[in-house]
Design a protein around this ligand. Structure first.
Ligand SMILES: Nc1ncnc2c1ncn2[C@@H]1O[C@H](COP(=O)(O)OP(=O)(O)OP(=O)(O)O)[C@@H](O)[C@H]1O
Ligand SMILES: [Mg+2]
Length: 273
């Protein structure tokens, strides 16, 4: 029934031959009294891409936002359980959630550049809050924009308002903004669903490239995309109690060709109601 039971554990085949970057243990999420995700226990491999797929409303975004302590910022929202980031519990009362969000950055579905700020100022917002020097900021702008393949497109107009960029450019700018503070993990919630096919492919290429340095977790409704970009796939669905559960997790190639859980097969073949 829940991911704590032996019945579901057999469907979790994440690699155990390497130390996980993130180790999720019995993580739940509530909105008020309502449980949105049942206990999830899952290792997230380092410097690989883990995709999360599953039907609308099964808790993918809630799970993702729980991983960098964003969930708890909503009124009456809370988590239980543990998330270990390199052995450190992100929910430890001694741990500053701001530091957690710096180490575990996030990119959202809709590009959300800071209005009223320039392209360069969008990249440096986090560094400015840290008191970085002008030179450090300038270096971070070039480094981050190069990482997101945006540098050549915008280097001559760094002081233009960010909202003048196209949607795909804005999304790469938002990625550059999260990279500027040098995170270790990047959470992406349907980062390409608002973009056209060309901009989508660019984001996918970036995701694959960035995985050589970063651990990436990406939620997507596009199963071809999950197949193209990810090493591992986590299939979430609604459990019997109406909250999200992990129905299966493992190497992407296996999940899409030989899923162990019949529910996964129903979903990926489109038989899911
Ligand atoms: N702010 C909120 N307050 C109360 N309930 C919420 C809130 N946000 C989400 N929920 C509920 O939590 C459950 C999981 O929602 P979530 O957004 O995590 O699903 P999802 O898998 O990301 O869906 P989608 O694919 O549509 O983005 C849903 O039942 C939703 O109604
Ligand atoms: Mg969502």
């Amino acid at each position: 029934m829940v991911s704590e039971t032996g019945a579901t554990r057999q469907f979790i085949r994440m690699p155990d031959d390497q130390p996980a970057h993130l180790r999720v243990e019995g993580l739940t999420a509530y909105y008020g009294e309502s449980m949105a995700i049942e206990p999830i226990t899952l290792p997230i491999p380092r410097q690989q891409v883990t995709a999360i797929i599953g039907p609308s409303g099964c808790g993918k975004s809630t799970f993702l936002r729980s991983l960098n302590r964003l969930h708890e910022t909503l009124p009456a929202a809370r988590n239980e359980g543990n998330v270990w980031l390199d052995g450190e519990d992100i929910f430890d009362p001694e741990v500053d959630p701001i530091i957690v969000r710096r180490r575990i950055g996030m990119v959202f579905q809709q590009p959300n550049p800071l209005r009223g700020r320039t392209i360069a100022q969008n990249v440096t917002i986090g560094l400015e809050l840290d008191g970085a020097s002008k030179r450090e900021c300038a270096e971070a702008v070039e480094r981050s924009l190069r990482l997101t393949a945006l540098w050549d497109e915008v280097k001559d107009r760094l002081n233009d308002p960010a909202i003048k960029l196209s949607g795909g450019q804005q999304q790469r700018l938002c990625l550059a903004r999260s990279l500027a503070v040098e995170p270790e993990v990047i959470l992406m919630d349907e980062p390409a669903s608002a973009l056209d096919p060309i901009a989508t492919l660019r984001i996918e290429e970036l995701v694959k490239q960035l995985a050589s340095d970063y651990t990436i977790i990406i939620v997507t409704h596009n199963m071809q995309q999950a197949g193209r970009v990810s090493d591992h796939t986590v299939f979430m669905t609604l459990g019997d109690r109406g909250a999200g559960v992990v129905a299966e997790a493992g190497p992407t190639s296996e999940i899409f060709t030989t899923p162990a859980n019949p529910k996964t097969e129903d979903y990926i073949t489109g038989r899911y109601g």
